[in-house]
Ligand binder design. Structure first.
Ligand SMILES: N[C@@H](CCC(=O)N[C@@H](CS)C(=O)NCC(=O)O)C(=O)O
Length: 199
């Protein structure tokens, strides 16, 4: 059996997506929570020094959460999260959800810079993009069935990360999305991966 090490952080939304996919597919792995900025060793595996990074048998690396999720899906014998008949719709919706995570993360990174170096325009742009995209998801609501797919996981992680790092003010105007999210949060893989403030 392959030895899988998932380098992750305590509250990375991209890492949460990968972890949830591993839990869903019952994949055994060792998760190592690291401080990415201080983890020079990771450069040997991933020159971008980003989490999540998956290392297989200490020699092969899978970079980027979407590739890690696809890899877990491929090695699993459990039903796929990337159904062939909806494949491109699922992939595009994952990219939309990833965009929310990126905007919320970029906003946060800007806000923790010294205040004289922060750009209000940049922060504003990320906030507008986040709200516009969440509203788009509400408008293009898919009436998700019970069957879990990768786009649902990505949307749930993106919305929870928005609540964690920015705001839940969108929930009043996006009731379908919010109701669905409350329901989806009852899955064990959501409960087991709630983001934590870094210690
Ligand atoms: N597209 C990448 C994004 C990963 C990413 O941005 N990770 C952040 C943490 S949430 C990171 O490692 N940042 C470290 C840095 O930029 O120095 C993925 O999906 O895995």
């Amino acid at each position: 059996m392959e030895k899988l090490i998932l380098y992750n952080g305590p509250n990375s939304p991209f890492g949460r997506k990968a972890k949830i996919t591993a839990i869903f597919h019952k994949i055994q792995l060792e998760e190592k929570i690291i401080k990415v900025q201080e983890s020079e060793f990771l450069d040997n595996f991933n020159p971008l020094r980003k989490i999540p990074t998956l290392v297989i048998n200490n020699n092969q690396t899978i970079i980027d959460s979407d590739n890690i999720c696809l890899y877990f899906d491929e090695i699993s014998s459990i039903e796929t999260l990337f159904k062939k008949e909806n494949y491109w719709k699922i992939m595009s919706t994952i990219s939309v959800a990833n965009g929310i995570m990126e905007s919320v993360l970029e906003r946060r990174m800007e806000l923790i810079r010294p205040s004289n170096e922060q750009s209000k325009g940049f922060i504003n742009k990320q906030e507008i993009r986040t709200f516009r995209t969440i509203n788009w998801l509400e408008k293009n609501w898919d009436n998700y069935e019970k069957k879990i797919s990768m786009d649902q996981i990505a949307i749930a992680v993106a919305l929870e990360y928005t609540k964690f790092r920015f705001t839940d003010s969108w929930s009043k105007d996006c009731q379908k999305l919010n109701e669905w999210l409350s329901d989806f949060n009852s899955n064990d893989f959501m409960k087991l991966t709630i983001p934590k403030e870094a210690g």
